[in-house]
Structures are given as C-alpha cells and as structure tokens.
Design a binder for this molecule. Sequence first.
Ligand code: SF4
Length: 311
Amino acid sequence: MINLVWMQTGACSGETMALLCADRPSLENLLRQYDINLLWHPSLTAERRFGDVLAQLTSGEQTLDILCIEGSLMLGPEGSGQYDTWKGRAKIDIVRELAPLATHVVAMGTCAAFGGVHASGPNPTDCTGLQFHKGAPGGLLPGEWRSRSGQPVINVAGCPAHPNTMTKVLAMLASGEPLALDTLNRPSAFFASLVHQGCTRNEYHEYDIEEEALGGRGCMFFSLGCRGPQTVAPCNTELWNGHSSKTRAGVPCFGCTSPDFPSGRDLFVTPKIGVVPKFLPLGVARAKYMAYKNLARAAAPERVVNREMEP
Ligand code: SF4
C-alpha cells in the first residue's frame, strides 16, 4: 500500500479539477490498480481530518510515500507564512515538516513547481515554488534538497498540470519505475516534445499562413502569441479529455509549463523585432528563419492559403 497525501497551498484548485478529468489512468483506476491509499486530499477525503493525518505521519504511525503539493508557497509576511495557514499554523511550516518524511515529493502544477501566477510581479504575498523560484533553483526548499528517494522535488508543471501526466507520474512512482528529470526537474518522459508537435495547424505554420485575429484556421505563432514552438508539454500528443487542446480549440499556447509563466506580456500578442517574432521556434537561427518563411509562403498550396484544412 502506497500512502499519498495531497496538500493545497496557494492554489485555485486547478490541478484538483484537472485530476478529476484524467482518463489514462483515471484517478479511480490509479488508486485501485497501483494500490494507492489516498490518506489526505482536501476535496476527496471527507471521512478524515487533516490534523489526525498529520499526527499519524509525524509520529511515524503512518509512512508517507508520496507527498503532492498543489499551489505556490506563501512566504509572506516577512517570512512568517501567515498569509496561508491551517488552524493558525503557516502551511509552509507544515510542508517543511512533511517533505523530509516523504519518499517522493511532487509539485503539481506550475505554481507549486516555480511560483506561477502568484509569484508574478508585484507578488505581495512573497510566493515561490517548492524548490524553484521561477527558473532559479531554490524556493521554499533549497536547490540541493532531496527526498528520501534521493530525488529533488518532481515538477509536474502546467497551469493546470495535464491530467494524465499527473496520474501517470503517480503510477510510475507507485510502481517504483525510475523517473528521469530534465534540468527543471520535470519528468522527461512527458516534457520532451513541443506543444507545436502534433498541433493540427502545423501545415499552416510550415507555409507561413498565419492568423491576425482569433477564430481562424491558420497558425497563431506570428501574431497571436502562440508559444507552442517554444514550450515542452504533451498537450497536442496526449489530448485533454481525450479530444482537445488549447490550439485545437483556437487558443494560442500560453507556455504554461515554463518557469517564467506568466511572463507578463500580452498572452494574445506576439512580440516582434521589426516584423519578425522576438522568440523563434526552439533552436532556429534568426537569419535563416525569414528566408525560409518567405520561400514557404510563396510555395503554399491553394488549399492551405484558402484555409480549407480543418484544424
Ligand atoms: S498554432 Fe502554435 S502550436 Fe499550432 S502550429 Fe502554430 S505555432 Fe505551432
């Protein structure tokens, strides 16, 4: 039996809502098939009291195999953590107490991983991530901190985190599968491909058929702020609710798995240097980019120019 505790800190419950949409595996199948005992979740364990669970864990009566944190960690005011408390006790102190007891610690969502929305300026509550502050190592826990498994905090980034990425990561941890991490401690198996890969607007991107306004079928990279070519996430290779993603629904990728999310810039506008996007697809040289784009547009087939392809 694997004991799992899910704690919410500075959160909007986005990961909890997403978790309920997971289908490969679903939350119910995850718990059943991987022998996971959900010791505590603020919305799903009404039969228990958090204080009782906490006492059992800190006394050693119960082991803690997986600790999931949903939400940013509020350090303020002045490091006291009193902006976010449970029965008067700062939640950051509870997390500090539980983390060393856990075999694995998982930051569920970009807020827990990097600080996310709450850590954006002006950040009056002094929010941070569990082991990163934006892209820099060291959040509530120092960069060198390791759980009992020897791994750092596992960052399942996303705003919210992808439902099936959350349940798959938990399934892998419960089965003792090794989990390789990237340089931002995100599980490499789920953060190795770009949102751009698998986007149904890819052919429009190739031929530089771009939209100036929302609602069209073309690519949203050049004007509408899409960060798909710069963002690692499984959104277009493992569809949400089995059938959709932001770009399939006509919304640009906001780059929500990145440590700088939200970046402070307009989410629906592509910043440019002259007429060229300031941020190019990962690994593409600026000088070659425009030459390629001009050629591509000239070669675009009529069916693509006329947007006859269904995204
Ligand atoms: S809409 Fe975004 S993700 Fe889709 S092809 Fe264009 S740049 Fe790539």
